[in-house]
Design a protein around this ligand. Structure first.
Ligand SMILES: NC(=O)c1ccc[n+]([C@@H]2O[C@H](COP(=O)([O-])OP(=O)(O)OC[C@H]3O[C@@H](n4cnc5c(N)ncnc54)[C@H](O)[C@@H]3O)[C@@H](O)[C@H]2O)c1
Length: 340
């Protein structure tokens, strides 16, 4: 499968690394970026374009990977699908569910695959966490806590598109914790109600992009949940990303005794009250996956296109993550819970 990649920032480079790993099934035929410095390293390796229309008209490719700012997600996805290419679009799928619907319609109109790079779905620890929840080892899930604090200030200086709510489609939830929100749907199940306690904005942001957010949730399976995120914290410590509390066990992803990992303590493993957490044998629950999620993700994309099957992160599925984020913002603005 011949790939074209648009956007050569960190995520674009991860996709290119994945194409190199799968070189028997995939090749990089073209790249496109407005920044000549980023294009220069690809001269002589593949076709290079600085103009997006020229890229779509001239590049020899079966599929396009789009790793560009959010305001371009919908328009470039539709342009690629209408040019007859399969598309993998970076997260968030788009700024609004209306934009997502236009993308899904374009995929259906052209009979092409539209997959969203919600790469936690291809992270070994997330796949293992989902398998453990589904195995029943934790019993009935009662409560879930997720958080991600990441300092964007070095990568994105003040004034960048990412802090503009109109261009990015939101703030820390849209640009960062979309991974957590989507992973909750993947690992725990659908969310029936959200109540956004706080959307905190400071002078790093414009157009209602929140720097910090706190959201309460109720899952369809009865569990309660809490999301905490921020994208301009001053050098946050290494926190856990997901804590799952079940009737018969607790599992979390994060540091424990100075080591990062996915940890579990359950009735099934030990009834000794002084037992500590055990490191989950991720390989056992996520066989065949490598540590670089984009590599697993690209393999899944190639397999889905080749076999004509719906990918795990098909656009028709991930629009629900965007709808959920829209409910979180509506709840925060109006100060009331939002039910599905
Ligand atoms: N999955 C992940 O873990 C992950 C991590 C970081 C970012 N992302 C996502 O990847 C996407 C890109 O993020 P980024 O941090 O690389 O952003 P960025 O602002 O660095 O932009 C990426 C590249 O796109 C290029 N570009 C912008 N407009 C263009 C155009 N019209 N034509 C051609 N090139 C253009 C820029 O020159 C830049 O090199 C976003 O959707 C972001 O949310 C995903």
């Amino acid at each position: 499968m011949k790939f074209g990649v648009v956007g050569l920032g960190w995520p674009g480079q991860q996709h290119i690394q994945a194409i190199e790993v799968h070189k028997k099934e995939a090749s990089l035929s073209a790249v496109c970026d407005m920044d000549p410095a980023k294009l220069s390293e690809f001269v002589g390796k593949c076709d290079t374009f600085s103009d997006i229309d020229q890229f779509f008209n001239e590049a020899d490719m079966d599929a396009v990977i789009l790793a560009v700012p959010h305001q371009l997600h919908a328009s470039l996805t539709v342009q690629a699908l209408d040019a007859g290419k399969h598309v993998m679009i970076e997260k968030p799928m788009a700024r609004t569910s209306e934009e997502c619907r236009q993308m899904i319609e374009a995929a259906q109109r052209n009979n092409k695959t539209l997959m969203v790079a919600q790469n936690w779905r291809y992270e070994p620890w997330c796949v293992a966490a989902k398998a453990i929840v589904e195995s029943g080892e934790l019993g009935q899930i009662q409560a879930v806590r997720t958080e991600w604090l990441l300092n964007f200030r070095d990568a994105f200086p003040k004034g960048s598109w990412i802090y503009n709510g109109e261009l990015a489609g939101g703030g820390a939830i849209t640009s960062l914790a979309i991974h957590n929100v989507d992973a909750l749907r993947f690992i725990i199940g659908d969310i029936s109600e959200v109540y956004t306690n706080e959307l905190y904005t400071d002078d790093w942001s414009t157009n209602e992009a929140e720097n910090w957010a706190m959201v309460q949730m109720k899952f369809e399976n009865g569990a309660i949940g809490h999301l905490f995120t921020g994208y301009t914290p001053f050098f946050p410590p290494d926190n856990g990303m997901l804590y799952v509390y079940g009737e018969k066990g607790t599992m979390f992803s994060g540091p424990y005794n100075g080591e990062s990992g996915l940890w579990i303590r359950s009735e099934q493993r030990s009834t000794d009250p002084s037992a500590g957490y055990e490191r989950v044998d991720i390989e056992k629950f996520a066989p065949g996956l490598v540590g670089h999620p984009q590599t697993n993700q690209l393999k899944h994309f190639i397999d889905s296109v080749t076999n004509g099957t719906h990918p795990e992160s098909d656009g028709r599925k991930i629009i629900k993550t965007i709808e959920l984020v829209e409910s979180m913002y509506a709840s925060g603005r109006e100060g009331k819970p939002y039910k599905k």
